[in-house]
Design a protein around this ligand. Structure first.
Ligand code: ADP
Ligand code: MG
Length: 677
């Protein structure tokens, strides 16, 4: 049943390579490769009823064929007639057709009708030979890749259906199907590809959307239930309080920070495993909460690990937090891929012996060679860059350690329940006092000159500026600014200041040097890609100028903007966008008027859709093919109840009626470690 696609007629090694680009490797994959649209070819139209702009199916006889030439190719013009009238059919690449089509034969033509100089015309219609017993149907339209034609795809789909569909077994629990009046899997797969009519198509779609969301929700909820049902978590002593740590800070926590800190404290004190997500806008002060939690873990005799997605961010946390811990006699170590071998060896042995209490680093902290003496708390920062998988691996480094996840990307509630359905969520919805509002403007190219001069004035006053571009270097294919291109241009213009560039493909020592010089104030203007999106904290930097702002998502713009406004001086964010597109103007307007990260995230979701928003793939959760968590919120709510219901009755999904369901979830979650219930 899981035969390779090549088992189908006409799929050889070469076609199979093309199909892999569409993620089709097995025959089963065909069935789950859904059409992107349909062509309704159930109704034959009379030629004399056609109007400009109609998309229609006609049956007619070829009464004349006229070959022609335009430079480089052969054209073909046919005159087609039925009982009611005639229409011209034109192909600009007609060479092949001219050889195969015959005069005075009947064909079916499906295509868009236009009127050219008063004459009806169809340009490049789909042609099939008319067979007298032909069944007219709704035909699927598949997304394609070069090397695979629509006709081939339809043919293979038919074959795949014949070969596989009869053997497919229902995997949704019977009760779920009944309760929600879903159609069975055979019906659903059959009709999503080759629908009998609109109604069956809708039923098929509903069922498939439902199951996609159900797998996702049940999977995530199962992880959550599993985590919270482990009573063997660590209960950190209630005697050790985070307040001691908070009291040693030069400021008092905001109300929101205090509230979230209490939530964390409660979790840590309980015997259950903490699995908590802390969301808070850039600058809301999450890092210090992470530090307080680590303080508690260490004072209770455990190690704490903090993992950040980039070297930059990890280094930053290390530098920021180390001095705070020194006062409490807590040892902090740093791990990343790029530290010298000797130093690394030394750190690794100190981690293993327990001499180091807190370990801050990149992915390096989850590598197999890192052995911890006793991990009690695991923190990942900027979670949206890590997958469910990686979260799991880090947890395994200790014995059911508590898990805290921090993200600065405000996640709309709708998405949060999906992406973090396995976690409890805390929100820091208040900024530390005294922050000045960042002044923002959005301009197009006409405003660039003035924007640059504004940068000059600010930098002359002693401030520093970021200029961000979407590309690393200029590209033939993409019409957008690049960091290197801008650097060449602007180092002349701003030759009175030290200007530097930074991008992700640079060597680590070079990056480190640049960041250092930025911190010490040696670099006054930094031209960069989005690598600076997270992790840089230079209070003296007051200008964020973003080129080709239309190419960034709102959430990303929001992150970038968060790099300024970190000190006492007035800060500015300037967006330069290409003239034109309505979306980009709408986005610029939102950015100009809003500083609420959650609102921005909601808008981003609306404007760009969930896929773009998160790179859902990175999360290690199943791909949603038909379901759209924005459009299908109603279904999502029903599904969530259903998932709860199923798990309430069978938390581990081991009952007979749920076995196939569970297998399917395991498969879709790609055997994510943490889902191995
Ligand atoms: P986040 O990680 O949420 O982006 P940080 O934890 O880096 O934010 O905090 C941003 C800045 O605000 C840091 O310099 C931090 O020292 C400071 N800060 C945090 N909490 C407070 C507070 N309650 N009062 C004043 N400053 C604070
Ligand atoms: Mg942070």
């Amino acid at each position: 049943m899981h035969s390779k696609a090549t088992a189908l007629k006409g799929v050889g090694p070469k076609k199979s390579d093309y199909l892999i680009k569409l993620n089709i490797e097995t025959i089963e994959d065909f069935l789950y490769f859904y059409p992107r649209d349909y062509e309704d070819r159930r109704r034959l139209r009379n030629i004399n009823s056609l109007r400009d702009g109609n998309t229609a199916l006609i049956k007619g006889k070829t009464t004349s064929m006229l070959k022609g030439r335009i430079p480089g190719r052969q054209t073909l013009k046919l005159l087609i007639q039925d009982n009611t009238g005639s229409i011209e059919v034109v192909f600009f690449h007609g060479g092949y057709l001219a050889k195969t089509l015959k005069l005075n034969e009947e064909y079916l033509f499906y295509g868009k009708v236009s009127v050219n100089q008063g004459k009806l015309q169809m340009l490049h219609p789909d042609i099939t030979k008319y067979e007298p017993d032909q069944k007219l149907a709704i035909l699927p339209v598949y997304p394609l890749t070069s090397g695979v034609t629509q006709g081939e795809m339809r043919k293979w789909q038919k074959e795949a259906h014949e070969a596989y569909l009869p053997y497919m077994q229902e995997y949704l629990p019977e009760a779920t199907i009944t309760r929600n009046r879903l159609c069975g899997i055979h019906n659903a797969i059959e009709n999503i590809h080759f629908p009998k009519d609109r109604k069956t198509l809708l039923q098929a779609k509903y069922r498939l959307i439902f199951e996609e969301l159900l797998f996702l929700q049940t999977g995530l909820l199962a992880i959550k239930k599993k985590m919270t049902s482990i009573d063997k978590g660590i209960s950190f002593s209630k005697e050790v309080t985070m307040d001691d740590f908070a009291a040693s800070l030069p400021y008092t926590l905001t109300g929101a920070q205090q509230r979230v800190l209490n939530e964390i404290d409660l979790d840590m004190g309980s015997g259950k495993v903490m699995n908590r997500l802390v969301q808070g806008d850039v600058g809301s002060g999450k890092t210090i909460l992470a530090a307080a939690a680590m303080y508690k873990a260490v004072k209770c005799g455990f190690q704490a690990v903090m993992m950040a997605p980039t070297e930059l961010l990890a280094k930053q946390h290390f530098e920021d937090l180390k001095p705070l811990f020194v006062a409490h006699h807590i040892e902090v170590g740093f791990l990343s891929g790029s530290i010298p071998a000797k130093e690394k060896k030394d750190t690794l042995s100190k981690i293993e012996s327990g001499e180091v209490d807190i370990i801050i680093g990149t992915h390096a902290v989850i590598q197999p060679n890192v052995k911890y003496a006793s991990v009690g708390l695991v923190i990942t920062d900027e979670q949206h860059r890590f997958g469910v998988n990686q979260r799991g691996i880090l947890s395994k480094k200790g014995k059911n350690p508590d898990v805290l996840v921090m993200t600065a990307t405000p996640i709309p509630r709708t998405l949060a329940v999906i992406l973090y359905g396995d976690m409890d969520i805390s929100i820091i919805d208040e900024m530390p006092p005294g922050r000045r509002k960042i002044i923002r403007t959005a301009v197009n190219e006409d405003g660039r000159e003035a924007a640059y001069e504004f940068v000059r004035r600010e930098v002359r006053k002693g401030r520093q500026a970021y200029i961000v571009a979407p590309l690393i270097e200029d590209s033939k294919y993409v019409d957008a600014k690049s960091a290197l291109g801008l650097y060449d241009e602007l180092k002349e213009r701003f030759n009175e200041f030290p200007v530097a560039f930074l991008h992700g493909a640079m060597k680590q020592p070079d990056k480190d040097r640049i960041i250092n010089e930025l911190y010490t104030g040696k670099i006054r203007i930094l031209i960069s890609t989005v690598v600076i999106e997270v992790g840089i904290n230079v209070p003296n930097a007051t200008i964020m100028l973003i080129e080709n702002a239309e190419r960034f998502g709102l959430a990303q713009l929001h992150q970038l903007r968060g790099r300024v406004g970190r000190g006492n001086e007035q800060s500015y964010c300037i967006l330069i966008s290409e003239k034109g597109s309505a979306v980009s103007e709408e986005r610029a307007e939102i950015m100009r008027t809003t500083s609420d990260g959650f609102l921005i995230a909601e808008k981003d979701l609306e404007l760009r859709g969930p896929g773009e928003f998160f790179g859902i793939k990175q999360h290690g959760i199943p791909e949603l093919k038909l379901a759209d968590i924005v459009k299908h919120v109603k279904i999502l709510n029903i599904v969530r109840e259903e998932a709860e219901h199923i798990l309430d009755n069978d938390a581990l999904l081991i009952k007979e009626e749920n076995v196939r369901f569970k297998n399917r979830i395991d498969k879709l979650f790609n055997n994510t470690e943490s889902l191995n219930l």
